[in-house]
Design a protein around this ligand. Structure first.
Ligand SMILES: [Zn+2]
Length: 148
């Protein structure tokens, strides 16, 4: 799933759950739950292939994706330490995947990658048209903004 929906759902959750610790646990779990939804993603082939010298455009896509999410958060809820923590936690599983690309021998990162990959494979196996994969995320973004 794109990073903007992860951020917005995570922030929506943290604004609704009274207990911040419980809220952050729900935010983390929301990442995996959202990855089950049928979704279309942009390519980050050069990052996955560790072609760091060619990975500038792929990193730009990732940063733009995060930036858009944070701009929407800024205009809907504003920032607080808890909101920014929730946004970070919402992206944590994808961050671990990036760490695996950098440290491929780390067993913990590898185990997480396998689990995270398995969840995303459930989605990939659904073979939906790209337009639906984008529409599903637009719907999630709209729903999250509604709750912000
Ligand atoms: Zn993910």
């Amino acid at each position: 799933m794109l990073l903007t929906p992860h951020i917005l759902v995570g922030v929506a959750i943290i604004t609704k759950v009274q207990n911040p610790i419980l809220g952050l646990i729900f935010v983390l779990l929301s990442h995996y739950a959202l990855d089950f939804f049928p979704h279309t993603e942009y390519d980050i082939k050069t990052i996955r292939a560790k072609q760091w010298d060619k990975s500038g455009p792929d990193f730009l896509k990732v940063f733009l994706d995060i930036f858009i999410g944070l701009v929407i958060v800024f205009f809907t809820t504003g920032y607080s330490p808890l909101i920014l923590t929730a946004a970070t936690v919402s992206l944590f599983p994808d961050g671990l995947t990036l760490f695996y690309c950098i440290f491929p021998t780390n067993g913990l990162f590898k185990k997480h990658l396998e689990m995270h990959g398995a969840i995303n494979t459930v989605c990939e196996n659904k073979k939906i048209p790209a337009v639906l994969g984008i529409a599903s995320q637009a719907a999630i973004v709209a729903l999250a903004i509604f709750f912000l």
